[in-house]
Design a protein around this ligand. Sequence first.
Ligand SMILES: Cc1cc2nc3c(=O)[nH]c(=O)nc-3n(C[C@H](O)[C@H](O)[C@H](O)COP(=O)(O)OP(=O)(O)OC[C@H]3O[C@@H](n4cnc5c(N)ncnc54)[C@H](O)[C@@H]3O)c2cc1C
Length: 421
Amino acid sequence: MAINVAPIPGLDPAVNDIRLRTAALVNADILPHEDLLWGMRAGELAEDERERSRRRSIELREEIKVKVNQAGLWAPHLPKEYGGMGLDFLELAYMYEILSYAVGASALFGVAAPNSGNASVLVKYGTEEQKAKWLLPLIEGEMQSGFSMTEPDQAGSDPRSIATEAVRDGDDWVINGHKWFTSNGIDADFFIVMCRADDPSGELGAPGEMTQIIVPTATRGVHIVRGIGIFGHSTSDHCEIRYEDVRVPIGNTLGLVGQGHQAAQDRLGAGRVYHCMNSVGQMWRAFDLMVERSLTREVHGGLLKDKQFIQGFIAESYMDVQSARLMTIDAAEKVARGSPDVRTAISAIKVFVPAAFHRVVDRAIQVWGGAGVSNDLPLAGMYLTARVLRLADGPDEVHKILMAKNILHQFERGAGWNFGM
Ligand SMILES: Cc1cc2nc3c(=O)[nH]c(=O)nc-3n(C[C@H](O)[C@H](O)[C@H](O)COP(=O)(O)OP(=O)(O)OC[C@H]3O[C@@H](n4cnc5c(N)ncnc54)[C@H](O)[C@@H]3O)c2cc1C
C-alpha cells in the first residue's frame, strides 16, 4: 500500500512540497521494489540467480539515488554548502516520517546511520583539512564510517566509565582500547573513536579528558575482532574492535581535547530525534499493513476487521502512532527553536517512541499471524529495530532519570512544570 500524504493545513508550503515529492518517490520507485533493493528474499534464490539479483539491486539503488538527487531531496540533514538540503529539525521530522515508511529508504536519500551522524559532527567540529579528507568523501558515498564509543568492559549507559586511552607521543596519539557494537564496522574506512586523552606535556589539556579521534581503519593496530551476531544471526556489521598501539597524528583530533563528551552529546541528541522520526514512519507502515490485512483476512466466519480484539489493536495503534508522531514533532520543534525544555523532550521521545513502535509492530505481526514474522513482510525487521532502540543511544532507564531530574529541579526552584515551554 502507498503512503497516503496530503498537504498539512498551515504548514510552510515549501515543507508540504518536500513531503509530497518524497512520498511520490517512495511510492513509485521504492515501495514496489523493496524485496529486490535489499535482497530480502535472496536466500530463497538459486546461487546464480542470487548473484544476478545482487547486482541488479546495487544498480537499482544507484538509479534511485540519482532520482533523489535530481528531485533535490539528497542529504536533507546536511547544510546546503555540503550538498545537502539544509533543513532544520522540524522540517526534517516532517520529511523523515515519510521517507522511512519504505524499508531502507533513508539510505537512498543519503541519510544512513552512522555516516549521517559522523558527517554532522565533522561539519561542526572538523578542520578544513579533516573535512576535505573525511567529510566530502563520506557525503559523496565514496567512504563509510563508524562511531566507536561503547566498550564491553564498561557500562555504555555511563559514558564517564570509558577506558580507551589516547596518549600523546610527539606529534601522534597512541590509542589502546577495546570497543564493541561499533555499527558499520565491516565497511567503515574510518572510525570516530571516543578516548580519554592524555598529553604528558599538559599542552593539550588535563589528563583523561574525553576526546574524539579519527582513526582510519587501515591503521596498524586496528583489529576488527568480529561482527557480533545478534538476534540469532551468526554475524552483523556491529563490530567488536581492539585498538592496540594505534598511532594517528594529533591532527586527527576532532574538535579540541576535552570536547569529546559534548560532541557525543550533540551527535546522540540529534541521533535520538532522527531515530524517532524514522520510527514514526515505520510505525505508520506497520499500522497500514495491519489495517489492510484486517480488511481481507477471514477467520472463524468473519473478517478480522469485525472482531473486537482487532478493533482494539487498531484503536490502540492509532493512539500510539499519533502520540509518538506529535511528541516527535514537538521535540524537533524545540530543538529547532532552542527551547530550554529540549533535553527533557528528547529523553521523553527516546523512551516513548521506541516502546510505542514496539507495541504497534507487535500488534501488526499478531494480525498477520505466521506471515508477520516471515521475510515476505518488513515487520520482523521493524520489531528487532524497535527492541534495539530501547537500549541503544542510552537505555530507557537513563533517560527517565534525566527527565525526572530536570522536572524535580524545576519544582525545587519553586515553579511548576510549564508544558507550553
Ligand atoms: C544494534 C546495536 C547497535 C549499536 N551501535 C553502536 C555504535 O555504533 N557505536 C557505539 O558506540 N555503541 C553502539 N551500540 C551500543 C549501545 O549504545 C549500548 O549498548 C547502550 O548504550 C547500552 O550500554 P551497555 O550495552 O553497555 O549496557 P549497560 O550500560 O551495561 O546497561 C545495561 C542495562 O542496565 C540498565 N541501566 C543502566 N543504567 C541504569 C540506571 N541508572 N538505573 C537502572 N537501570 C540502569 C538498563 O536497563 C540497561 O539496558 C549499539 C548497540 C546495539 C544493540
